[in-house]
Design a protein around this ligand. Structure first.
Ligand code: ZN
Length: 443
């Protein structure tokens, strides 16, 4: 691997998010107390070596020196997933890039045309910016292969672009924490990356409404992968196993991929954790999780026909369809303002009201899959402040989506069950090891 690539990659790692240092806290090197890290942090060399003792988890805290890449103050590294309807402009704006010259360069250079052609939803793009939003580098994954990227970088003031191949290896990390004020306060306290925290809310999204259900004392444990290149963390990987205790009820999820490459999350008993409906239609993020409900309440009290759940969130927050279905209505409708109605499995409908706008392609007859973005939070219709009004109806009758019994997705086939158990056992053992570790040591 040429020296140049190494240098570029180590730059990417210099600082990752708008709050410099959080990423290093993730790796146990930030300004956190060592005690806190001992409590909640573990690393193991590979997925093949799952059988480790608790003692070893703690000893692994002596991280190899290669982790200690110097942090460059004023440099920010951000990861963003391409969304449906994204343009290059909207994508780089979300990445915090404010740089006309870089945008012009991307539009004009022959090497960067792949970016305009390959804006496929789900791809993860990483940008490093300077203090004023100037682009220092950008990595864009190319054609299917996560290991093949286009890197645009500024070298001695000049923008350049080149294809590079990353040779990534996965390492397994483990974290455990307890919620005292908010989910992100808890994940920050143990240095869990945001991308993993959000993955966790998606995995348990069929059982827990992370906007309404969280309570002080809820606990989580996560076993997840980080992808490394030559000893340097490049990005977060997948959650392999997770456990969430919400209001004294514990949910577990194990990632399992069958021999056809179909993967999903299952309970310890091999039941799919995916539900026909998500509990919350609102994207969970740092911003939406901390938004106050106070501003829109009064008008709702006078809206007597009101039969739904309200989620306060900033205008523009993404609204996700809670189940697979077909759009029955997308338009304006009286007090609902801009509303989307989706029909599922014949008798169920879900309603999403007061939207500021609709996602591209959302119109009557369009098919949608659970989790697809269908619109954006707003205050259209009878609303004094931005919020999402959500209704769940069965045969046209309003039901409380938080209490209605929701049908579950297909379970794991019997022939797969033995293989699954073999795979799940060491992961469950790991969850067992780290469960409450921080509590024991901190309290
Ligand atoms: Zn409402």
């Amino acid at each position: 691997m040429p020296q140049r690539k190494r240098r570029i990659l180590s730059q990417f790692l210099a600082s990752r998010e708008t709050k410099p240092g959080r990423f290093w806290a993730t790796l146990g090197l930030g300004g956190m107390s060592l005690f806190g890290m001992v409590a909640a942090f573990g690393v193991a060399p590979s997925t093949q070596e799952l059988q480790i003792s608790q003692k070893m988890v703690i000893e692994q805290l002596d991280l190899p020196a290669t982790f200690q890449t110097e942090e460059t103050p004023g440099h920010f590294l951000r990861e963003e997933r391409i969304q449906r309807g994204d343009t290059v402009a909207s994508l780089i704006a979300r990445l915090g890039v404010q740089d006309e010259e870089a945008f012009d360069y991307m539009r004009q250079a022959r090497e960067t045309q792949a970016i305009f052609r390959q804006l496929r939803p789900g791809k993860v793009v990483t940008a490093k910016t300077g203090e004023n939003g100037e682009l220092l580098s950008l990595t864009f994954p190319l054609n299917g292969s996560a290991d093949n990227v286009l890197v645009i970088e500024r070298r001695e003031g000049q923008l350049q672009a080149a294809e590079q191949s990353l040779n990534l290896t996965a390492q397994v990390f483990m974290k455990s924490g307890e919620i005292r004020s908010s989910l992100f306060a808890a994940t920050d306290a143990v240095g869990l990356p945001d991308a993993i925290a959000i993955q966790m809310t998606e995995i348990f999204g069929g059982d827990i409404d992370f906007h309404q259900d969280l309570r002080r004392g809820d606990r989580f444990s996560v076993v997840y992968e980080m992808l490394f290149h030559q000893g340097q963390p490049v990005r977060t990987g997948r959650i392999l196993a997770a456990e969430f205790t919400n209001q004294d009820k514990t949910y577990q999820a194990i990632w399992y991929q069958d021999k056809n490459g179909q993967g999903g999350y299952y309970t310890a008993e091999g039941k799919s954790i995916k539900k026909a409906f998500l509990r919350s239609p609102l994207e969970f993020s740092r911003i939406s999780s901390g938004f106050t409900r106070a501003r829109f309440h009064p008008i709702l009290q006078t809206w007597r026909a009101h039969k739904g759940v309200d989620y306060a969130a900033p205008t523009g927050t993404r609204v996700k369809v809670t189940g697979d279905g077909v759009i029955e209505f997308a338009g304006r409708q009286g007090g609902y303002g801009n509303v989307v109605v989706v029909r599922h499995q014949g008798k169920y409908t879900t309603h999403y009201a007061h939207l500021s706008g609709f996602a591209p392609g959302i119109r009557r007859g369009a098919r949608v899959s659970q989790g697809d973005v269908i619109g954006y939070v707003g205050a259209t219709g009878w609303a004094t402040g931005p919020h999402l009004h959500y209704e769940f109806r069965i045969n046209g009758v309003h039901q409380n989506p938080l209490s209605v019994a929701l049908p579950t997705a297909v379970p794991l086939g019997i022939q797969q069950l033995a293989l699954f158990r073999q795979h799940a056992e060491p992961l469950l053992a790991r969850l067992e090891q780290i469960r409450g570790m921080n509590l024991a040591l901190l309290d």
